[in-house]
Design a protein around this ligand. Structure first.
Ligand SMILES: Nc1ncnc2c1ncn2[C@@H]1O[C@H](COP(=O)(O)OP(=O)(O)OP(=O)(O)O)[C@@H](O)[C@H]1O
Length: 331
């Protein structure tokens, strides 16, 4: 793809949007670096799709500006913004082959036939659908259909690619495969991509940068590691992974060290329940001092064996030195 397309970034500044009395977006700023894959992550109804639709020009903001590739796009119609869009449920042309579906945008632009053929073959190869070129969309699996949708969105050589829960309707295993595939595709194509998801694992695995959106506001922006290791607040910490509470402090259950004997800084507790979930063991503990607070820790089967843990085993615990902790004073 041409360098000009690689260079395209997105800026949205001061975006607000109301639906009647309901504030869907409240003064949101967003900067998507060129060539990067950015996830908009947050709970359902938080405003992610609305923001994406405003960037695409499918919806208009009440206030704020959208700049795509250095050009003010705030008042441009969608077709002049040079964006590719993929939705959760992709509406393909049912009576056209996969090849013709991908070619459609190029045919409308009256590109020479040979050029169209070459481009579509290149795209089908990119999304690993070459052998399905002659099938109808109904003869594809859900995952294959979403890959076709991506090929179609890329056919028009968009400056940016906007994906709204593109794998949302697929089962967990296919989602996981497509996630890896999208990451590899992006490493090959480098088109600036914004990806909406409410699945924190998907965002952590796939993206270069994550923008956490809740109640129409940006809670935090950062790399997956930044957000996981240094969450700005309780909401981000809880949304990105499991948490538990020790002495009022919020921390990750794998960030609590467990000892068989008292050690500096530890408090006493007792095992109430052990539950094996795949490679992890979830241990529910109850403190045996103070107000008998309950909490839980994530351990490996190896740790459980070394510590010789069973129900009623006394233990001593303290937050790990590396632990990301949100103090009660900040909550
Ligand atoms: N056209 C509309 N008219 C009225 N309310 C709307 C409209 N579009 C969105 N909303 C409301 O705005 C809020 C934000 O919706 P949006 O779809 O942006 O959230 P989201 O974070 O993408 O969630 P989801 O993952 O469920 O799509 C929701 O409460 C939704 O009901």
């Amino acid at each position: 793809m041409a360098d000009a397309q690689r260079a395209a970034g997105i800026r949205a500044d001061g975006i607000s949007k109301r639906f009647g009395d309901f504030v869907a977006l409240d003064d949101v700023d967003l900067a998507v670096p060129s060539g990067r894959l950015t996830a908009l992550l947050g709970p359902s109804g938080g405003g992610k799709s609305t923001l994406l639709r405003i960037i695409a020009g499918l919806d208009t903001a009440d206030t704020g500006t959208v700049v795509i590739d250095g050009q003010d796009a705030t008042r441009l119609p969608p077709q002049r913004r040079e964006v590719g869009f993929v939705f959760q449920h992709y509406a393909a042309f049912k009576h056209l082959s996969v090849f013709r579906n991908v070619a459609f945008g190029l045919e409308v632009r009256r590109r020479p036939k040979a050029e169209i053929r070459a481009r579509v073959h290149e795209l089908l190869e990119l999304v690993h659908l070459t052998q399905f070129a002659d099938r109808l969309p109904a003869q594809l699996s859900g995952g294959q259909r979403q890959r076709m949708a991506l090929a179609r969105a890329l056919a028009a050589e968009p400056k940016v690619l906007l994906l709204d829960e593109p794998f949302g309707a697929l089962d967990a295993k296919v989602r996981k495969e497509l996630r890896d595939w999208l990451r590899r595709l992006h490493d090959e194509v480098h088109v600036t991509t914004v990806f909406v998801t409410h699945d924190q694992e998907e965002a952590l695995e796939v993206s270069d940068e994550i923008v956490v959106i809740n109640h129409g506001r940006v809670e935090q922006v950062g790399s997956p590691n930044d957000l996981y290791d240094r969450p700005a607040n309780e909401f981000v910490m809880e949304f990105l992974g499991p948490t538990t509470r020790l002495d009022g402090r919020l921390l990750r259950p794998h960030d609590i060290d467990v000892f068989a004997d008292a050690a500096p800084g530890t408090v006493p507790a007792v095992v109430q329940r052990l539950q094996r979930v795949g490679f992890e063991v979830r241990a529910d503990l109850r403190r045996t001092d103070g107000d008998q607070q309950t909490f839980w820790v994530q351990l490996t089967p190896g740790q459980v064996e070394t510590l010789d843990l069973a129900v009623d085993t006394p233990v001593w615990v303290r937050p790990a030195r590396r632990a990301a902790v949100i103090e009660p004073a900040l909550t």
